[in-house]
Each structure stands twice: as C-alpha cells, then as structure tokens.
Design a protein around this ligand. Structure first.
Ligand SMILES: Cc1ncc(C[n+]2csc(CCOP(=O)(O)OP(=O)(O)O)c2C)c(N)n1
Ligand SMILES: [Mg+2]
Length: 802
C-alpha cells in the first residue's frame, strides 16, 4: 500500500534541487507581495516567510514523491506560498497569481478551495479547522465506500500539515476523540514541530504529551527528530554525547543557536561537552558552516528521512508524525523567536538570490540556478505520482422531489413537522433518500430525528446490534449500527458537527459521490461551532442545518439557551440560505427547495426573478421551534410555494387604505395573527406579512438595488414588489423571536416607518406567554407598537401592558 519506498540517488538529487527551488519561489513570492505593505499589515505579510520555510522540505517530500492523486491535504495556513510554489512547478499555478500573492485576484494568503485556482483541497486559515477536517473527510470516505459507492476509485489518505502551536486549538482534540469512536483510518497528521508559535517558543517536552495523547486514541506516532547527517555523526566516537546534549537542550537555546550560526554552536558545544577527546574532535572536524548544517539537520529538513518515513507506511492506521523542524530554515532569521513577522530585507533577499544562483530578471524561471538539466527536471515533474490522475470529482445532481408528503396535525411545531417529513422520506426508496445522511451532536432524539433513524439505522463500519432490542426491552428507538446505516451519531461537540457537515458536504468533489447531509442541533449552540460553520460555507460544502429549538420559545430552558443572535447569523453568513418557517407546509416547501439548492453549482449571476444568486446554490439553515401552533389549512399553490422560498408572502394582503402592516417570522405567528384581529376594528386594511426568510428577502433587496445602480432600472426584488402597493403613510410592526434588527430594515425598502419588536436581552425561565409578554413580542406588544406608530383612534382591544 505504501508508495515505492526506495528513492534512487538520481531522484534524491532532483528532490534536493526542487526543495531549494520551492523555498526560493516562496520567498520571492512573499518578497514580491511587499508592494502591498503600505496598505496592509507588515506583520501579517511576514507571517508567511519563516512559517513556510519550516515546511518546505516536508511538502517537497510529500508533493513530489509520497502523495498520490487520491490523497487530500490540508496545508497549514502560513505555508500557502510553499503550496503555490509547488503548484507553479507543476504548471497549475500562474506566474501572474504568484506575483499578485495577497493582491487582488492573486494567489490567496491562506490556501483556499474556492478563491485559489491551483487545486487546493481544503481551505485553511483559522488554525485547527483544516486539521480536523481531514479526519472527518476520512470518515466520510469510509461512509461512502461502506455504502458501496465509488469503489472503482482508490482509497485516499487525508493528510494535515499541522503547526505545533495549531495543536492548542481544542477542536482538534474533540475531533481525535470522535475519530477514535468511529474507527478512523487513512489519516496522517504531520506536525511541523518547530517549537515556535507566533509569539513564543513552546514548552519543553510537548512532543511527549502529544505522543502519549495520540497513542491513547489509537494512533501510531512516528517521531522524526534527527536527520541523516546527525545520525551519522552520532555513530562517530563522541556522537552519543552529542545526542544527549541535543536531547537535553532547551527549545529556546536551540532556537537561539540556530539563529546565531556555526561559531556560536562551536563555542557552546565546546563549553558544555568539549572533552579534549572524541567529542572535541567531532566538533573540530567541521567548519563553522558544516557545524551549523549538522546541528540544523533535523529530520523535518532531511529529505531521506522523510521519504523513508512516508514511503514505508503499509497500513491504514491513523498516524501522527512529529517532525522536528526549524522555523525559517534556510533563511537569515531561522530560529529567531521574533521571526514570525520576519520579512527579509532587500539585502537579505539579494544574498538568498546569490546563494540560489538566481540571476536578476530570472527570479520566476522554474529551473533557474539548479544544477540538474531542465529537461531532466521537467521529465521528473511530468511523472510525479501526485499529478497522474483526476483530483476534483463531480457527481450528478440527484432528482429532488416536486413535493414532500406529510400529514399535518391541526396543531404542530415546525420541529415536529421536520421529524414527520424525514420519517416520510425514510419510508420511500428513492435515490435522494438513500443519499441523505443525518448527523447530530447527541441531540438526535431531542431534535426529532428518531423516526428517521429508526428507519435508516446508524452508521458504523462494523455491525453493532442494539442490546435493548436483543434483550427485548421496549424502547421507542432502534439503535442498530451497520455499514449501511444513514445516521452518524456524534458526541456533543458542535465543532465536530460542523466539520463533519463540511466533509460530508464536499463528498461530491472529494469522493465523486454526492451526499445530502442534514445536521441537527439546538439553535443556540450554532455559536459554539460558528467558525467551523463559516469555513464549511467558505469552502462551499453543501448541507442542510436544522437548528431547533430556538429563541425564547424554549421558554423554561431559560437564559442563554434562548438564542437571540442566530437570525442575524442567518442573514450575514455567506453561502448559507436561512429560513424560519412558522407552519409545517412552509417547511415542506422549503425542504423541497433545499434538496435542490444544495446541489446547484451554476454561475453566480443574479436571476431577474428574485435577484438572488440561486443558480450558485449553497447550504441551508432552518431555524425551527418546538412551539406547537395552529396550522393553516390551505392548498399549496405554485405561487405560494415560490413566495415561501423567496422569503415572504401576504397572509393577509393589505387593502388600499392600509394603515398598519404586521410582518412576522417564525413561532410568533399566532401573536401576529391575533394582533391583526385585535386591530381590525380600529385600523383600516391591516396587512399581515409572513416572512419565511429574512435572509433571502434582504439579499434580494440589496442585489436589486445594486443592479439598478448599475443601470438595470427595472430590477425589482421580491420584497420591493410585495411592499410596492403599501401606502407610504402606513407603518410596519415587525416581530420575531430573535433580534429585532433581523426585520428592522423592512422600513427602508420603500421608506415606511417601522417598529421592530424582538429579543435583545438574555431571557429567563418561564412559560411562553410569560416570556413573550415580558420581552414584548406578544399580541399586546404588537398592537401597542401599531397604535403608537400610526395615527388614528385608540385601539380598543389594547390591554394595559405590564
Ligand atoms: C483560530 C486562529 N487564531 C489565530 C490565528 C493567527 N495565527 C496564525 S498562525 C498562528 C500560530 C502559528 O504557530 P504554528 O501553528 O506553530 O505555526 P508556525 O508559525 O510555527 O509555522 C496564529 C496564532 C489564526 N490564523 N487562526
Ligand atoms: Mg510552530
């Protein structure tokens, strides 16, 4: 299973040359990006330099030798210049983009699946997320293959290049725990153990903690510490003493000596272990330069050691490689603790240029200054295993149903509706239903996924029967695990939920097999996994997120369990279409849309119909509620279905003399309806606007405005059309169980006065009526707002507000 372990001397010589070239190209790219310094943050440009150099050798060994096309890699954010340089040598990155590194439409600062054009596998940038994503991608690969899909393609390894300080991020450890539970395979994490973070040199002996930790979770740990030069020196007389000295040398001191160079090494070593005997001879036999090369010959910068270690792996167990490296290796500030922001001065770049034999004006030439003939190098590059095979896959779209059957109870919550809809889906043998995979961080049952799971089973690579069932103990739930199961049970960590959704939602591109992932969690805990959600969207993973219960309607749960900000997240999060239906028939229409929308990948032109970028597709967020509300008996017409998806419709169309419109979202529908009834006698032609997606309404509105500003004078968004006939003197009272700003912008569409009601402060325990009254989103509050907003006689049914 390993790549051909042996690397010939010729190949090794070529790889050494490429290693140098990669470092040069990356350094030149960063130097070039300095033209942006005036307008950007020096410290951040510099962040790439030393950090990249640290990984140059490891990435050379991987990309030019060890990787196969089916492998996928998450590259440490600051190593992006090395990544882009390697792709440049493969002919997959343009010189222009390198010259524009960090500039407009240039190669991205941090590797990006979507913004870069050179085949990035996982977007990284927020440290820790890319690392965990490889683990979950590996689980997804197993899921796909266990279902009998994609077996004609070889199994890939999911590999993360991890900064040692990156391991401070807790989400990595949450992932490790989940990986252990799920029987993780085919996952390599290669730790760039340069013992430096951004600000500091790391604690002594951290590697030993990592070793114990990874082993505890079933990983193999391979420590790559000494390079081949050091190993040879250790076998000389006095060598053992040198090894002991290195092993005991504090990280800070080692770094400082690396920075100071050969003479400093000599002084220090002779002072501390010089014996006028073999050790002294070992040291004295080397020039300053040779001594510096020896002492910095850590395995992470030693191609033979790395090639051997990677090449000899012949199993699929997860492996953590701890590779000793030097931050800034090969550059003037190697080892300096301040080097994170280290930008080379023009003079330093000049001396690097000389050392690399690069002539002025030939900085971008691929083989400039190398001692092997260009033809030989090109032939080698043309046959690198990594480039011999397709890497980005496509999967056909699955037909989405035109409608979803569901029995709607007279009184029902959207969460119960969701459970019923999935239960119906689970009953049918459709291609779509077979490709749905659900997951939930320990809230499967409490988010109403139970009936679906009963039908479709839990996923595990090995069968595992539900003991309660085999013991004939009555239980509502059948918790059988099998390779054909369609629900992935997760532990509580929400970061893992979002990272798994990200991995599942990229399966069409990574595994060539489409999945329709649905993840459920409690709405307030979106914030716990928000960064992972953001990165999932950023890399265009496709999934449906069902967040329930939500808001104050979680009443007795109290305080911070009641989400306030999530509707605004729904509006602001790119790549995520957010909906908050009130009724189950709305939810069914939205789900139909969602099954199709998550599979779209067209051009991003706005459609004239609603001014949304619907062809682009994206993920979907459904904010649902446990509050049972009276359902409306009605026929789902195509127009209604379309309006629900576009974001709003008139539940009661305002008449020509309308004085007030109530616009509501979600679970407060009964309050809005009741308020309209209470006002009917004292305000004319009151309108009731059901807003199913503030997000899509708002996006369409801003897009239509932009289109008009660009000359498309007839552009009209859905909300502009809906409010077009509402008289200008009319007021709008908006209300939702979430932050009032979600709907406050409605007044700006045509200049209506608006009074936005919603939740601004943490709630407390209580019943729904208690809390709605307390926070001012009950029918009385709506009527009071309307009375104040619009002139006219007192509204008789307005009770005294508490
Ligand atoms: C979540 C997050 N927090 C902070 C940062 C800023 N940052 C970028 S790299 C880095 C530390 C780098 O240390 P390490 O992972 O050891 O990489 P090295 O610089 O040694 O290559 C930090 C704090 C970030 N990118 N993401
Ligand atoms: Mg580091």
């Amino acid at each position: 299973m390993g790549t051909d372990a042996s690397t010939s001397a010729d190949q090794l010589a070529i790889l050494h040359e490429l290693e140098k070239k990669v470092l040069w190209l990356a350094s030149w790219t960063i130097h070039h990006a300095n033209h942006l310094r005036e307008s950007t943050d020096d410290l951040k440009v510099g962040g790439h330099q030393a950090s990249s150099a640290s990984l140059a050798t490891i990435m050379t060994a991987l990309y030019f030798r060890a990787l196969r096309p089916q492998d996928r890699v998450a590259v440490k954010p600051h190593a992006s210049p090395i990544y882009h340089a390697i792709q440049y040598l493969f002919g997959r990155q343009s010189r222009q983009k390198l010259e524009d590194f960090r500039g407009y439409k240039g190669a991205q600062s941090y590797p990006s699946r979507t913004k870069d054009t050179d085949d990035v596998d996982f977007s990284t940038g927020s440290v820790g997320l890319g690392v965990a994503q490889t683990l979950f991608s590996s689980l997804v690969q197993d899921y796909v293959r266990a279902h009998g899909w994609g077996l004609e393609r070889p199994e890939g390894r999911m590999i993360a290049l991890v900064g040692d300080a990156e391991l401070d991020e807790g989400n990595i450890f949450e992932a490790i725990l989940e990986g252990w539970k799920q029987g993780l395979r085919n996952c390599w994490w290669i730790i760039d153990y340069n013992r430096q973070s951004l600000d500091a040199v790391i604690r002594e002996g951290l590697w030993a903690r990592y070793e114990a930790l990874f082993q505890a979770f079933g990983w193999d740990v391979v420590i790559l510490k000494y390079g081949s030069l050091l190993n040879e020196a250790f076998s000389e007389p006095g060598g053992e003493r040198l090894r002991q000295w290195i092993d005991n040398c504090p990280n800070q001191l080692y770094s400082a000596l690396v920075f100071q160079g050969g003479a400093a090494w000599r002084r220090r070593l002779l002072d501390e272990i010089g014996d006028q005997g073999p050790v002294t001879r070992l040291i004295e036999a080397r020039s300053d330069e040779e001594l510096a090369r020896l002492m910095t010959n850590l395995a992470g910068h030693d191609l033979p050691s790395l090639l051997e270690a990677f090449g000899k792996v012949d199993h699929d167990r997860p492996i953590c490689f701890i590779c000793y490296t030097i931050k800034g290796f090969g550059l003037p500030f190697a080892g300096h603790k301040d080097n994170h922001a280290g930008l080379m001065t023009p003079a330093q770049v000049e001396s690097l240029r000389k050392a690399m034999h690069v002539r002025p004006g030939h900085e971008w030439d691929k083989f400039e200054g190398l001692s092997i003939a260009p033809d030989t190098l090109q032939t080698f590059l043309d046959h690198v295993p990594f480039t011999e095979g397709a890497r980005r896959h496509h999967a056909a779209r699955l037909p989405a149903p035109a409608q979803l059957p569901v029995t709607i109870q007279p009184v029902m919550s959207t969460q119960a509706g969701f459970g019923a809809l999935l239960n119906e889906l689970g009953r049918e043998q459709t291609e779509l239903a077979d490709r749905i995979v659900t997951t939930s961080p320990d809230v499967t049952v409490s988010t109403n996924l139970g009936p679906w799971v009963n039908r479709r089973g839990l996923f595990a690579r090995e069968k595992l029967a539900d003991t309660f069932k085999s013991e004939r103990i009555p239980s509502t739930f059948n918790w059988d695990f099998s390779p054909k199961g369609q629900h992935i049970e997760l532990g509580i960590a929400e970061m893992n939920l979002f990272t798994l959704l990200s991995a599942l939602g990229l399966s069409h591109a990574i595994n060539g097999e489409r999945l329709i992932p649905i993840g459920t969690l409690y709405d307030p805990f979106i914030q716990r996994g928000l960064d992972a959600l953001n990165y999932a969207c950023y890399q265009e993973a496709r999934f449906i997120l069902v967040a329930t219960p939500s808001g104050l309607s979680l009443a007795p749960e109290g305080g911070a369990h009641q989400s306030i900000a999530t509707p605004l997240i729904g509006i602001a999060q790119d790549g995520l279409a957010a909906f908050e239906p009130a009724f189950v028939d709305e939810l069914a229409a939205i789900l139909v849309f969602a099954f199709d929308y998550v599979q779209r990948a067209g051009e991003s032109e706005s459609s004239e119909r609603n001014w949304l970028r619907d062809e682009t597709g994206g993920s979907v967020y459904l904010r649902l509620s446990t509050r049972p509300i009276e359902q409306i008996k009605r026929e789902m017409t195509p127009e209604l279905r379309q309006s629900i998806v576009d974001g709003a419709y008139w539940l009661r169309k305002p008449g020509p003399n309308c004085q007030v419109v109530v616009a509501y979202t979600g679970a407060v529908a009964p309050e809005a309806i009741q308020a309209v009834g209470l006002m009917a006698e004292d305000r004319r032609d009151v309108g009731l606007l059901a807003v199913t997606s503030a997000d899509r309404l708002n996006a369409g509105w801003t897009a239509a405005q932009r289109a008009r500003e660009r000359g498309l004078v007839h552009a009209r968004s859905h909300i502009e059309k809906l409010l077009a006939d509402v008289p200008s003197h009319c007021g709008i009272v908006s209300v939702l169980d979430g932050h009032p700003a979600t709907l406050a912008w409605l007044g700006a569409v045509h200049g209506h006065r608006v009074r936005p009601l919603g939740i601004e402060h943490f709630g407390q325990t209580g019943s729904i009526p208690d809390l709605y009254r307390h926070y001012g989103i009950d029918a009385n509050a709506v009527v009071a707002a309307a009375a104040t907003l619009t002139p006219g006689r007192p509204i008789r049914h307005l009770k005294a507000l508490p």
